[in-house]
Every structure is written in structure tokens, then in C-alpha cells.
Design a protein around this ligand. Sequence first.
Ligand SMILES: Cc1ncc(COP(=O)(O)O)c(C=O)c1O
Length: 383
Amino acid sequence: MSRATGDDQVMLQPALRLAQLKPSPIRMLSEGAAPSAIPLGLGEPTWDMPAAGLKALRETSGPCPYGPNFGLPQLRDAVAKFHGATRDEVLITCGSEGALFSLFLAFLNPGDEVLVPDPFFPAYTSLAHLAGAEAVFYPLDASDRFRLKAEPVIAALHSNPNIKAVVVNSPSNPTGGATTPDELLRIAEVCKARGLMLISDEVYVDLHFGTRPPSLRDVSDYGLVITSVSKAWGSPGLRVGWILGDPSFLGPARTVHGYAVTGATHPAQRAAQALIEDSKSIFIAARSEIKVRWEALRAALKDQLGHDATPPDGSFYHWMELPSAALADPWAFCIRLRDEGGVVLVPGSTFGEQGKRFARLSFAASPEQITEGVRRMAPFWNA
Ligand SMILES: Cc1ncc(COP(=O)(O)O)c(C=O)c1O
């Protein structure tokens, strides 16, 4: 980036707040792949947007206004009804990423700490840095399929007095591990007793294999739920999400979100409303989409790698151990896998310390792609 001053060129430097921020490694891996590479990297549904959403988009007519910063009242009502809440407990955002951004910018000061899981969804640490705060970590339970337990959260709170916000994510990206109502309740009670902001990222709650993992809302009225239509409603491109919780948190978040982007687009909010009103049938269809994909993955892992794999509690991620030859440099291994093998997987180290021995395979891709992707992985795993 340069600016002309007479004959000289002065380099304009990015702001200091960007010093610790790089573009998402997940995006970099995927964007650098050849068109023929099998995409098992990105976590986005590949099935069609549900009919109710498509219909609402087609039927958009008349003016296309900005709409209120809090989101369209009809959408807020639909979200409130979905969660058994009231309209004033709902702020519509541009995806759950917009929700996180707004909450962090609205509530964190330089020097504050945010407690996040390890392994974690990378936006947690990046957005904390953008807000001038630091991320500190609690481990998910590696001995129990990386499920969320209360004890490590409580231990981290004891040893880090500057923690102001706590993030939980069940089911987890990247591991697919969930939690129980008791564990979630314990975390909510500790956060409440300390007056901390508790954020429960629930984008995968309705994409489960078996029983639905608990929402924070099921166990406590404390804390904030963030989620979006990106996963279970199959519509990541709509960029509609929300924060559900105490209105005193929503006001400051609305100020940030309003200045950043005004709001989610009007047609997208209309479509999101239609999707939410049709949640029951949409979730049944979405779960059957991921089940078919899981079956393709399970069979391919057995045939090609000899693995006996178990489905995650929720999400469309398979958290798999890397072959020992990959452990010296998992990033280099995944680049080779992409460029020589023609299949994109994300090294687990992208998601934190506890991810070093793993890779994340997204089985949101089509069953055919999954089968072919694992076939291409085989020489690297069986070497
Ligand atoms: C755990 C988790 N939270 C939040 C997001 C952000 O999604 P969106 O902004 O589309 O709601 C993702 C996306 O992959 C995710 O995996």
C-alpha cells in the first residue's frame, strides 16, 4: 500500500491492532487449492438452501430498506419464539461472527482476557485481539472425545483474574464434542457468581447425531447464546445470525454492529425468518444430509484406512489423528496433501495446542467428494 508525496512513495502501514492478525489459515488453505482438489477443509453445508428460504428470496419485492439496527421485528419475533424468549432479548447480526465481533468490541478493554476452549474456532482469538484483549485457554477433555467439562473452566478462572468473558462451544468446531446440561449449568453458575460475560456459541446444536446437546438457554437464564442460519438451516451465504440474552448486553453490541454494518441485508432477514419458521422440517432434512455424508465417510475410512470411526456428538467435523510421519510438521503435511494428493484438510494445530496431533476433516462436502477425498488421503496415511 503506498501514498504518493511528490517523487517519494511512503508506505502506509496497517494499524497496530492488526499486528497479531493474519487472514484465516483455513481460508488460505482452501483458496490456495487447485480447482480439482477435494474440499474437506471449509465447514459449510453443500446441500441446497431449504425451499422456504429460497421462496422468500424469490418473493422479495418493493423497496429494499436498511431496516432497524436491531433487526427486522418479524425476524426477532421468529427467533424469540424459536428459543422461548421475547423480542427484546434478540439482536440480529451478520452471522454469529458478527455477534462475536460486536460483543467483544462492545465489552472488552485492552488488558482484558477472554477464556476460550482449546481446541477452538479461530475467530475467538482473532476477534479478541481485534478488541485489544488476549485469549487464555481451558482444555476440552481429550480423554473424553474433547467434550466440554466445567472443571477446567473453573480452574482457569481461578488462575486468571483478568478474565472478563468466557466462550463455550458445544458441539465444538473442530472436534464435534458436546457437553451435558450439568456441566453447562455449572459453568453458567460460576460465570454468574463472578459477573462474567458468558457466550455460548451454539451454531452446531441442531446438527447432532443422536440426542440434541443442551443449549445454555435450556439450563440457565444467565449468559448469551449466539448462533446463525449458517449450519443447521443450511444457509451460510445469507449471513444472518443473532445474539439471544439480557437486553443490557444487546444495547452496546447493537451500537458496534450498527456502526460496522448497519444490519444484515433486508432480503436475507426475510429469508432467515422463513427458515426459522420452518425449523422442524429443515432440521430433519439437514440431519439426514449429514447422516448420509457421515455414512460415506465411515465406509471410506474403513475401506481405505482401516479406521473404525465414531460420529461426533454434533457438527460435520471428523477430528482425526494424523499419521506419525505428519507430526513433525502438520502444516507442511496438509500442504502436501492438498498440492500432491488433491484433498484439503485443516491441520489441527490451527485450532490450538491440543490440536497438534490431529486434522479436521469437514464432511459437509458431497458423499462422492468424501469417498474420493479419503481415497486420495490413503497413500499419505498408509505410507
Ligand atoms: C463454532 C463456530 N462459530 C461461529 C461460526 C461463524 O459462522 P457464521 O458467522 O456463519 O454464523 C462458525 C463458522 O464456521 C463456527 O464454526
